[in-house]
Design a protein around this ligand. Sequence first.
Ligand SMILES: C[S@@+](CC[C@H](N)C(=O)[O-])C[C@H]1O[C@@H](n2cnc3c(N)ncnc32)[C@H](O)[C@@H]1O
Length: 265
Amino acid sequence: MSKYGGYEDQEFVADFYDAEYANLPHQNIEFFIDYSRKSGGRTLELGCGTGRILIPTALVGCEITGLDVSPYMLKKCREKITKLPREVRKNAYLIQGDMTDFSTGEQYSLITIPFRPFQHLMTVAEQKACLKCAHKHLTKQGKLVFDVYHPFLPRLIDSTYLMEMEVEPPFNLPDGRIIRRTNRTAAFHRAQQYNDIELIYYIKYPDGKEERLIHAFPMRYFYRYELENLLSLCGFKILEFFGDFDKSPFSDDSPEMIFVNEKIG
Ligand SMILES: C[S@@+](CC[C@H](N)C(=O)[O-])C[C@H]1O[C@@H](n2cnc3c(N)ncnc32)[C@H](O)[C@@H]1O
């Protein structure tokens, strides 16, 4: 079973990532930038990936360090940073590491975990280790902001989701490859609160060759009060709780659970 969401052992995942998510609504990028701006200090992003949020944060003048376990995702991020103007480059730092066990030697006024890396932490021990590490790296009253998806109950039980589904339009890579992506749930594990997910890529090369690649990983899901208890246990007070990146209140149909927490203790 892939330990870190499969980002660390399959290079193609990093190759496709930016083109794949380029058409996502950019609301979550602005959401996190806003917290960096307001923090008045340094940000640490856990699970920074290819810098989808880190780069625009550095571009608006905020200092941000990204930590990620995947050398492939970090390589993409580093390539982008080297192309930035010098005065922006000095705002962006990268560290390879595991968010359940890191020590940067610095403190931050904001720590973020954007776009669900926390859902790659499968056990309660890993989740607590991550929150405690974040706590240690925050300044007094520093903030921790992260999102997880709000479990949509049919997706946890309905066998329709075991079939491949194509929900996004195909996308192109700069080298001319055209990629069609489907996704499916490979297995439900309701007792352990996770699904086995497969993102399946059908790749068409400019010379007509075709390939099929699978990014397979388990994804933990959480319920609201479980996370509230976990955060309290690890020294955090919840300041804000949203159901989406437009800051709408959490409700039955909210797609996200977004926690804005203050360090206490
Ligand atoms: C869905 S991507 C999110 C990337 C980025 N935050 C964004 O918004 O585009 C998840 C990232 O979490 C990283 N990751 C997963 N488990 C991790 C761990 N234990 N420690 C550090 N990074 C981890 C993966 O390598 C991957 O880059």
